[in-house]
Design a protein around this ligand. Sequence first.
Ligand code: SF4
Length: 382
Amino acid sequence: MRWIYGAGCAILRKAGCEGFMVQLKELLEDVAAGHRLTSRDALLLFGIRGRDVWDVAAAADALRQEKAGDAVTYVRNQNINVTNLCVNACGFCGFSKKPGDEGIYVHDRTAIVKKATLAHKRGVTEICTVSGLHPDFTAQSYCDTYRWIREAAPGVHIHASNPMEVAYAAKKSRISTEDVLVRMRDAGLGSMCGTAAEILVDRVRRKICPQKISTKEWVRIIKEAHNLGIPTTATIMYGHGETDSDRVKHLAILREIQDDTDGFTEFVPLSFIHMNTPLYRQGLACAGATGREDLLMVAVSRLFLDNFKNIQVSWVKEGVKLAQLGLLAGANDLGGTMFEESISKGAGATNTDYLDPEEMRRIAGDIGRTLVRRSTLYELFP
Ligand code: SF4
């Protein structure tokens, strides 16, 4: 069964379409039977309102159970944001600083080793290092950081960098992005962050992050990483004023890449934290996604991204309570413990520093699921 209308379910409702419920039911049954959603289907699902939202969430939850089982997974991880000084000025970013601002930091080798040593003592299995684009950084700077972390925390998986950092390092070192990735991999990069994706629609990127790499560049570098055997995550940063159609275009790009490379480990929807961001302060963005949008983002992603096993719900971005509901709407992963978090905090989020696994266990148990610890690449710990 396919939808006849192409302009969203609001139109179906306004037109008094009596078959709406039947069509939605059939669509969700089709997905459960293994039918791949079209972009038009996803667009319609993003437009769902009222109690039908629960039907979409329930269908996504059933698919989650089939694909990923009943475990709620998490990783024991820590961020080391090496610097908050950044040459870019993304409108949604409340973390970066410009020369002359108060509170600028750049961690040197001693500070990074100290943080990595502490992370190791905490039993962390993953360290993330995404940071500002420091004016003096080159490819060597990133590689040095990974080596220092490896020395201080042997065996820890380095989940670092993103396509923007790779493009920046390549430009600063006058080498290709492929060369940067090879050097990073040799220095210890285990997997790359799929951040800097924001919304993969250039019209939106020009508004929210005009200095960032284009959609084409992001896709090219991600595929380059996958082809070099470097897995990555996939993300979307939504809720700042993009349209449902932009969200669908973004998901379609990710699904196409995954068909091609199978290099994404997970999909992580990142809800826009608005409070301290230039975009919001200038009245150019709304105050983040609504709860309905947060739930549908998880659910539609689960239904549309049929080639992704893992959908993460970010307690840092959504808050713990809404994250728990996300686990009932298609997500199977709670993300990381985050012993240190600065990026969402900078944008105005609170309580982002650490979520105790015991609290995660309570959240999972409360919805009848079991918490299981995993590695970055989703190997489960006994
Ligand atoms: S999002 Fe990243 S690249 Fe953009 S201003 Fe913030 S730190 Fe810099």
